[in-house]
Design a protein around this ligand. Structure first.
Ligand code: HEC
Length: 150
């Protein structure tokens, strides 16, 4: 029983266990320690353009007890709008980060490498407080590699 629950939770956290076409989320280490360099194509979402399931397949899946999926939200809303809560613990970024409600695109862009370097959340209730969801790491890594577009 516990195992089944844990597996379901893991699916919820990682997203898309049952849709059959989800590809594994693979993070690469390029560009994670430098300022953005725009050497990857525009990901078709951005600071003011919403993430959708068409351009980011994991966007439709809610993590854990999150209020919101990524789908339909701009990166600015995901970071700054306390009513948009995509983490499995349903905590707004601004609950822990005072800068979150007013940060600019460029200033958030500069914080992405530090975000990517943090531990990855398992969503099992034992995560380090600094752990970040894998799906958000991939979302922000693609955005950062493309030069943090609007
Ligand atoms: C439960 C508390 C908590 C929540 C909620 C949270 N974080 Fe964090 N975050 C941390 C901790 C702890 C660290 C590591 C210590 C530090 O650097 O502040 C961290 C580090 C970071 C960093 C790198 C350090 C920095 O301040 O630039 C970024 C960027 C970041 N978080 C972004 C986010 C975003 C975006 C969200 C919302 C999706 C979020 N965090 C939600 C706790 C949290």
């Amino acid at each position: 029983m516990r195992k089944v629950f844990a597996a379901a939770l893991l699916c919820a956290v990682l997203g898309g266990c049952s849709d059959g076409n989800s590809k594994p989320l693979i993070l690469n280490a390029r560009n994670t320690t430098t300022e953005s360099t725009a050497n990857e194509p525009d990901p078709d979402y951005g600071w003011t353009r919403p993430v959708t399931a068409e351009v980011f397949s994991a966007a439709a899946t809610k993590l854990g007890s999150a209020e919101s999926a990524l789908d339909g939200h701009t990166l600015q809303a995901i970071v700054s709008d306390a009513t948009v809560r995509v983490r499995s613990d349903d905590q707004a970024c601004s609950t822990c980060h005072a800068w979150a409600t007013t940060i600019s695109r460029a200033a958030f862009c500069a914080r992405v490498p530090a975000f990517l370097a943090l531990p990855t959340a398992k969503g099992d209730g034992h995560d380090d407080p600094s752990a970040k969801p894998l799906v958000l790491k991939e979302l922000l890594e693609l955005w950062h590699a493309a030069g943090c577009p609007e």
